[in-house]
Ligand binder design. Structure first.
Ligand code: HPA
Ligand code: ZN
Length: 327
C-alpha cells in the first residue's frame, strides 16, 4: 500500500551495522564489541531505558556526511516499503549538546531528503523536536537556529523523557514557534497521564498527538480527539518494546479506530524496536486480526493526517483510493 510515515525519529533509524561503521570512521569508542552486542542490548523496561541507549548510539554521528548517510538509508528503506511521504523528527539538541553544530545536522539531513526525492520520488519534511528533559531556555536557543533555516523545517515537536516534563513546561517556546509559522506537534500520553494530552492540545495547540495511548483513560478527552479529528500517531512495535503495551494482542489500536479516532501506524525508532512501518502493520494485523478495511483506513489516514499541501494531499488520496479499489 502507498502510505505516509508521520512518527519517525531519524536518530532511531541508526542500524547497529551503521553505528559500528560510523564509530570506526569517527574514532568513537562504543560500549559494544560488535553489531550483535548492540542488538543484544536492546531490551527495555521503559522509555528511559531506551533513551539511554538511543543517546549513546547517536554519539557516533559527527559530520554532515554521517547525517546524510543516516537519513538516506532510512528514506531508501521507506521507499522500498512504498512510503511515498515521510514527516521526520530530528533531535538537534542531542547533537549540539555534544558539540556538533546545528548546521552540520540540518545540512546532512536536507542533502539526504533532496537526493531521496530525486532517486526514489519520496517526499519528506522535517519536524524539529525539543528535548523535554532539558530546560525551556535551551529550547528557545534551538528555536533561534530553526528561525534561520525556516525553509527546511516545517514543524516543531516535543520528545524524550515524558514523566515529570509536562507540555506546560514548553508553553512559551511553542507559542513563539507558532508565531514563526512552525506547525506544533508533541509526544503526549506515551507514559505521561491524560492531562499531558489535554495540555498538548490546549496549551501547545498541537495539530497531531504522537503516541496518545493514555488518552484512552479519559472518555471526555477521547470524545474531543474524535470530534476535532486530531490525528494520533500510534507506534505498535515501540509500544511493545517500551512496555507501554507489552502484549500487542491487547493493543488499543482497534478500539481507537472503532471510536472514530484518526489513527495512523508508524515505526518511531525502527532500528531499536524491531521493524519499519510495514513490520508494524504486519504485527498489528496479526495480533488484532485487523480486517482489510481497517488496514486500508489506517494507511489512508496517514495521508489525511499528513501536513502535505492540500493539492498534494488530494493527489495522494486519489492514488491511494485507486490502489485500494484494485486491491
Ligand atoms: N518517546 C519519546 N522520545 C523519543 C521517542 C519516543 O517514543 N523516540 C525517540 N525519542
Ligand atoms: Zn517518538
Amino acid at each position: 500500500m502507498p502510505k505516509a510515515e508521520l512518527h519517525l525519529h531519524i536518530e532511531g533509524t541508526l542500524e547497529p551495522e551503521m553505528m559500528m561503521a560510523l564509530a570506526n570512521r569517527n574514532g568513537v569508542a562504543l560500549p559494544y564489541a560488535d553489531a550483535e552486542a548492540i542488538q543484544a542490548a536492546y531490551r527495555f523496561n521503559s522509555l528511559q531505558d531506551f533513551l539511554d541507549l538511543y543517546y549513546t548510539g547517536m554519539s557516533v554521528l559527527h559530520t554532515r556526511r554521517d547525517f546524510f548517510d543516516l537519513a538516506f538509508a532510512y528514506l531508501e528503506k521507506a521507499a522500498s516499503q512504498n512510503v511515498t511521504h515521510a514527516e521526520i523528527f530530528f533531535d538537534p539538541q542531542a547533537h549540539t549538546e555534544r558539540g556538533i553544530s546545528f548546521d552540520t545536522v540540518l545540512s546532512g539531513l536536507t542533502d539526504a531528503l533532496d537526493k531521496a526525492r530525486r532517486d526514489f520520488g519520496i517526499t519528506a519534511r522535517l519536524i524539529m523536536c525539543f528535548l523535554r528533559h532539558l530546560p525551556e531556555e535551551h529550547a528557545f536557543d534551538t528555536l533561534e537556529h530553526a528561525c534561520r533555516c525556516k525553509e527546511h523545517i516545517f514543524a516543531v515537536g516535543l520528545d524524550s523523557s515524558e514523566a515529570g516534563h509536562p507540555p506546560s513546561k514548553f508553553d512559551r517556546v511553542f507559542a513563539e514557534a507558532r508565531r514563526h509559522g512552525f506547525v506544533p506537534v508533541a509526544h503526549a500520553g506515551e507514559e505521561g497521564p491524560p492531562s499531558y494530552v489535554h495540555e498538548a492540545i490546549d496549551l501547545l495547540q498541537v495539530r497531531r498527538i504522537d503516541h496518545g495511548n493514555r488518552a484512552l483513560e479519559d472518555p471526555v478527552l477521547v470524545a474531543r480527539i474524535v470530534r476535532e479529528q486530531i490525528p494520533v500517531t500510534v507506534c505498535p512495535l515501540s509500544n511493545r518494546s517500551l512496555q507501554v503495551c507489552p502484549d500487542l494482542a491487547l493493543h488499543p489500536l482497534k478500539h481507537m479506530l472503532a471510536a472514530g479516532m484518526l489513527v495512523t501506524v508508524n515505526s518511531d525508532d525502527p532500528s531499536y524496536f524491531g521493524g519499519y512501518v510495514n513490520e508494524n502493520f504486519l504485527a498489528v494485523q496479526e495480533a488484532l486480526a485487523l480486517t482489510r478495511a481497517e488496514i486500508a483506513t489506517l494507511a489512508r489516514n496517514s495521508f489525511v493526517a499528513s501536513f502535505l499541501p492540500e493539492r498534494q494531499k488530494a493527489a495522494a488520496l486519489a492514488a491511494f483510493d485507486a490502489f485500494s479499489a484494485k486491491w
